[in-house]
Write a protein that binds this ligand. Sequence first.
Ligand code: 5GP
Length: 203
Amino acid sequence: MKRLQDKIMQEGLVLGNNVLKVDSFLNHQMDPALMQAIGQEFVRRYAGERITKVLTIESSGIAPGLMTALELNVPLIFARKQKSLTLREDIIVEKVYSFTKQETNEVTVSKRFLSADDRVLIIDDFLANGEAASGLARIVEQVGASVVGFGIVIEKSFQPGRQMLLDAGYRVESLARIASLSADGVAFVNEAVEEAKSEAVQQ
Ligand code: 5GP
């Protein structure tokens, strides 16, 4: 998504070799018009999938998740993060290791909001090692609902999350795919080259 790539180029800050700071439009201050365009793009990519719920994780997934849900006219659920929890029967719990905070959280969703006949689109702001994404998928699958796929705003393609999700059989749609982060800046994956490579493998 060109508009998102431009915004990352203009406002993204690279921290070390593997963290991108985008707190001027996604992680702290948020750009509503960009979030709306992001929601519309996810809906375009997942057209015809009969999605019944959008699921994300607090807090940075909420803005793109809500705009996607608005466009689909379905509810958004955000999983809550809690450090530790006394087990209760009405919630679904999964452990998720946080890439940025380097700690494990218990992530919970109320059983009232997901059921076996739901078709769920999972949205998140970043995909790195895939811990958050696969934790959300396990929550959906615990109730017997279906994961339609993942909608990722920024994928760091040099980290293993995307491949792990593809290997597990999931569909992954990422609006900006980053090939590398360095002091020189951000380099994006060349989607045309990637597509040609995967077509060559399939033949
Ligand atoms: P994963 O679970 O795939 O390892 O990491 C994804 C989660 O970590 C996202 O929910 C996001 O909040 C956070 N994250 C991972 N990498 C980055 C990054 O480079 N920048 C920011 N701002 N957040 C990140």
